[in-house]
Ligand binder design. Sequence first.
Ligand code: SF4
Ligand code: SF4
Length: 230
Amino acid sequence: MQLRLFIAKRDVPQVSKNVKSDQLTVISYILVQTEKTKFDNRKETLYPSERWARARIFGEEVSKKLRNHLVAQLNEAGCEAVAPQLSPYWERKKSERYVFASNWSERHAAYASGLGTFGLCDGLITPKGKAIRAGSVIANIQIPFTARPYHDHHEYCLFFTTGKCKKCVERCPADAISESGHDKIKCSAYLNPGTHDYVKLHYHFDGYGCGLCQTGVPCESKIPTVNDIQ
Ligand code: SF4
Ligand code: SF4
């Protein structure tokens, strides 16, 4: 496949060139929420804890810096690279099939990179659980890839493997998760303005978040097993 890679280089805002897909490597990582953040959010039933809301906003700022740092390090080593989510070409659009969809998804990159599979609530269940944030860069480099230790995109979710669990359904304050999956419209409406107003009023910064479906569930901090729902 022929791709056009948009490369971010220091002092050179945009460079583009044609490359073949097999010339590229996706480097994907996850950042795991701290035990304190998970502990606080587990106790919540309607709105995010302060730690969770701060991690949602300022943790993502850290992740942006990490992506930029990776790109800079790769550039210094003579390797072209880009952080797709931070590129001006990144966009989120309405989609007939998926309601909203973006042209690069950190969770999908992590799935493709062998880091985890999707849960009923659309979160990515990794060996460190679902209370995570993901990031990635694409580099014009060929290195051995990490094998995907799964065969199905829902393999780690107990609902898809046993028909049971649905703890994320119970945890969702917006009724946005059901056996049919994640209702992005309900979730998004709950996040903003709902949790935004709450965060501003109670935690005194511009932010939002929820993550109740990512905490207090069997897949919060690990790949769950049937023992977790007995
Ligand atoms: S809480 Fe249960 S049903 Fe929901 S994503 Fe996790 S394992 Fe799947
Ligand atoms: S983030 Fe909150 S509102 Fe959205 S699906 Fe999860 S629990 Fe529901």
